[in-house]
Design a protein around this ligand. Structure first.
Ligand SMILES: [Zn+2]
Length: 238
């Protein structure tokens, strides 16, 4: 069964004073039997120096197992086209990092263009914000492929995210750091087609996160969709 990890951080973290190296990601992938790894920069690093997006892209060019995502800067610049990015990471836009959404961002005139361009490119955006912000954002979209990390667990109550977006076929969820019970509630309501396996290294480990998905009380065919096929379909990977 092919396994692709849809959520990991790569490179230095300015605020944490640590670094997730290529070697560490490849070591964990080897240990877990993961074939390819989605990577994006740490927020604090991207805010301090947007050049990290290019360095991450260069690394993915060198290490073919990496699938690079673009960190959306505070200017709301869309993913640059034709560069080789497979998706984007939207992280608490102009918010107080990792803790609260800045609702002014929803009123920015550049948001409409960001959504327009992103929908046309048809690449997924991993979007991390509070529930109310996420709901307002999703309501502005028609077809934008949005991946909500941790089943919404860092932005509020996952059940609120589930209820609000269960009828929205273009909204997806990743399993990183979520409990097995919560993952099952999501699968029961939206099916396995909109759930993606993710580890969120360095906050989770591939081995633990993969074991969690492999232990779910569902058939192997459904697990395969969660572990790789859904993401492949989302980013157009053969
Ligand atoms: Zn993360």
């Amino acid at each position: 069964m092919d396994i692709i990890d849809s959520h990991n951080h790569w490179g230095p973290s300015v605020t944490m004073g640590t670094e997730v190296t290529t070697e560490e990601l490849l070591r964990q992938a080897e240990e877990s039997g993961v074939s390819r790894i989605v990577i994006f920069p740490f927020p604090s690093t991207a805010l301090a120096d947007e050049g990290i997006n290019q360095r991450l892209l260069n690394e993915a060019d060198r290490v073919r197992r990496f699938i690079p995502y673009y960190y959306i800067p505070e200017t709301m610049k869309p993913i640059p086209e034709g560069k080789g990015y497979y998706g984007g990471k939207w992280h608490w836009m102009r918010g107080i990092q990792d803790s609260s959404s800045n609702y002014q961002a929803l009123k920015d005139s550049r948001l409409e263009e960001f959504i327009d361009v992103s929908e046309r490119m048809d690449l997924p955006i991993v979007l991390e914000e509070e529930f109310a912000f996420t709901e307002a954002f999703v309501n502005k979209t028609k077809s934008l492929k949005i991946i909500i990390p941790h089943l919404g667990g860092l932005g509020g109550n996952p059940m609120d995210f589930l209820d609000a977006f269960k009828a929205r076929d273009h909204v997806y969820f990743d399993t990183a750091l979520a409990s097995s019970d919560t993952v099952m509630k999501f699968i029961d309501k939206v099916g396995h087609e909109r759930i993606l396996f993710g580890s969120d290294i360095p906050f989770g480990t591939m081995k633990w996160e993969l074991e969690k998905v492999l232990s779910l009380p569902i058939g192997d065919d459904k697990k395969e969709w969660i572990l790789s096929k859904n993401l492949k379909r989302l980013i157009g990977l053969a």
